[in-house]
Design a protein around this ligand. Structure first.
Ligand SMILES: *C/C=C(C)/C=C/C=C(C)/C=C/C1=C(C)CCCC1(C)C
Length: 257
């Protein structure tokens, strides 16, 4: 094989620091999760229960596509800072998160029986968090990067607060199954999500204490936990079965205001 082709192949399969192995594992993990959720939901008839399957399968599918694109080096770009430092950035993550984080919040919000207004607020602040996070990632001036990181992190604290307090209030009216599933999923979000800004800060986008190899591994573990682990617990729960076990958003809305 001509040398340039070999190099191109190595670039696309191993990544910059050999992190391609984690991107491959991430792709496989997301695909396995997606296939499992599809198989499990195959003959679900209940429309409410079906909704949770559709959302959760979509989350795994979007993440699988994003991981595959990063594995092939497509989702990778270089950002040159004003001091000449060049950062290797996997921007495809942010495209993934822009869709998957609102869908995760939709899953837990629908489970809790939150009102449509509360769901809309939560999703809006969340999208703001990802967009400002992407801005932090693409800025050329270091101080601007940290300024946007701070804005994004504040938005994340709002999302987590809103989830615990407002969505938590809606969940408190639900049956026992729903409440206990909500508590587990809420804790997964509280723990996993809070690590993302730290990973950014210590990783290549921030202080560079951890290289691309370690950072990609960390994000892969977090992504699988926050999406597949989350989906596994949600879809195995009896709480998602419709009828009187989970209040619908519209029923909740009628009593909430
Ligand atoms: C499946 C993917 C998930 C659950 C991703 C969550 C991502 C975040 C909570 C990211 C947060 C960030 C900040 C709060 C600061 C700026 C950098 C980000 C985007 C990593």
């Amino acid at each position: 094989m001509p040398e340039t082709m070999t190099q191109a192949l190595q670039m696309s399969t191993l990544g910059v620091e050999g992190e391609g192995i984690w991107l491959a594992l991430g792709t496989i993990g997301m695909l396995l999760g997606m296939v499992y959720f599809m198989a499990k939901g195959w003959d679900v008839q209940d429309p409410e229960e079906e909704e949770f399957y559709v959302i959760t399968i979509l989350i795994a599918g979007i993440a699988a596509a994003s991981y595959l694109s990063m594995f092939f080096g497509f989702g990778l770009t270089e950002v040159e800072l004003v001091d000449g430092t060049v950062l290797d950035i996997y921007w495809a993550r942010y495209a993934d998160w822009l869709f998957t984080t609102p869908l995760l919040l939709l899953d837990i919000g629908l489970l809790a029986g939150a009102s449509r207004r509360d769901l809309a607020t939560l999703v809006t602040i969340d999208a703001f968090m990802i967009v400002t996070g992407l801005a932090a990632t693409l800025m050329k001036i270091p101080v601007a990067r940290y300024a946007f990181w701070t804005i994004s992190t504040i938005a994340m604290l709002f999302v987590l607060y809103y989830l615990v307090v407002t969505v938590g209030e809606a969940a408190a009216d639900a049956d026992e199954d729903t409440q206990s599933t909500f508590n587990v999923l809420r804790n997964i979000i509280l723990v996993a999500w809070a690590i993302y800004p730290v990973a950014w800060l210590v990783g290549t986008e921030g202080l560079g204490l951890v290289g691309l190899y370690g950072e990609t591994l960390l994000f892969m573990i977090l992504d699988l936990f926050a999406k597949i682990g989350f989906g596994f617990i949600l879809l195995r729960s009896r709480a998602i079965v419709g009828g009187d076990s989970a209040p619908t958003p519209s029923a909740e809305e009628a009593t909430a205001d």
